[in-house]
Design a protein around this ligand. Structure first.
Ligand code: GCU
Length: 332
């Protein structure tokens, strides 16, 4: 494990030097541009398939002038680590959860509010509308440019014991992402929030360091957490989207035509990725239930909503933009 990590760091340093050299646009239109896109999901994940679509579309539309290479599986680090590399331009692009992004662009706290979206239609309407565009652009002061949102399903709880009501969470060590809103939500539910990177969750469950976690269904199937946590409680508390981002400075150095090309390819990949997710989603639930023998529970959501609702006012109280955006989402 340690050797693999050392290898990946050595590989990364070499790679980033090459990419840095190639990615620095020299204002010469003829020169090829190589963009490295690193993320932490597996290569058979629907969100990865969306990024592969993006890479292919960019290649086709630029007639081979702009190449995107996708590095999956956290090879270049955790979401937080890779975001820092994208800020400097050492890695050109990434895809992270909006929950990770909140640590960089606090306005994502709006997107990450539990029980904010009524359903998927409401969620997609917000992402594709004015609020979505404003939030994608809100990362510019942090040297990041949001390009599009991918569907990461809805997050629900999974644990070694059934969670059917908020009281069942009381005292449990539940892994959350390294995110203030998620930590606060878990405190309101009476659980013991345990922030850690995604790559550590399987072992932490296996070794009993945590009792459960919360995520979309692919965590149980593609990431095999269903081998070590046998109860999935579909509460759908957070609809945190995944976000495709590029280094702001690399994006700004593109010609205006190439900026449109990259943004359009990102939006096309979003449409494709949503279809893939929709198509595969039922299959993941069946796989968790039938192959991994995970018991799927559908608790009444209202008691969970009642517990965490104070968060809406807490986040609105962070500033005028938060309140305005939360109200806009609710009114949509
Ligand atoms: C989702 C999301 C990832 C994130 C993970 C997590 O799977 O797509 O980007 O890292 O949740 O819980 O950490």
């Amino acid at each position: 494990m340690k050797n693999a990590r050392m290898f990946s760091i050595a590989g990364f340093v070499t790679l980033s030097l090459i990419v840095w050299e190639l990615a620095l646009p020299r204002a010469s239109a003829a020169r090829d541009l190589h963009l490295l896109l690193a993320h932490n999901l597996a290569p058979d994940h629907p969100v990865h398939l969306g990024m592969e679509f993006f890479a292919k579309r960019v290649d086709e539309e630029s007639k081979g002038r702009i190449h995107v290479t996708v590095y999956p599986s956290g090879q270049l680090g955790t979401e937080k680590e890779v975001l820092e590399l994208v800020q400097t331009g050492a890695v050109s692009m990434t895809k992270v959860s909006s929950l990770s992004l909140e640590g960089f662009t606090p306005l994502y706290g709006v997107m990450n509010l539990p029980f904010l979206f009524r359903d998927r239609e409401h969620f997609f309407g917000v992402l594709d509308g004015a609020v979505g565009t404003e939030i994608l652009d809100a990362s510019r002061p942090q040297a990041l440019q949001g390009l599009t949102f991918y569907d990461a399903g809805e997050r629900s709880f999974y644990a070694k014991k059934p969670i059917e009501k908020p009281d069942d969470v009381r005292g449990l060590k539940i892994r959350v992402m390294e995110n203030a809103t998620a930590i606060r939500m878990m405190q309101l539910l009476g659980g013991n929030p345990t922030p850690m990177g995604f790559g550590e969750v399987y072992t932490a469950l296996e070794q009993g360091v945590i009792d459960g976690a919360e995520n979309n269904i692919t965590a149980l199937t593609i990431s095999r957490h269903g081998e070590v946590a046998k109860y999935y409680s579909i509460v759908q508390h957070i609809f945190a989207p995944d976000v495709l981002l590029i280094s702001r400075d690399i994006f700004d150095r593109l010609s205006p035509e190439d900026r449109v090309l990259v943004k359009k390819a990102a939006d096309d990949s979003k449409v494709y990725q949503r279809e893939v997710w929709q198509e595969k989603f039922k299959q993941y639930e069946a796989e968790a239930r039938d192959k991994l023998k995970v018991q799927i529970l559908r608790p009444d959501k209202q008691p969970f909503i009642d517990k965490v609702l104070p968060l809406h006012e807490e986040v609105a109280g962070r500033g005028a933009d938060y309140r305005r955006l939360i109200e806009a989402v609710k009114a949509q």
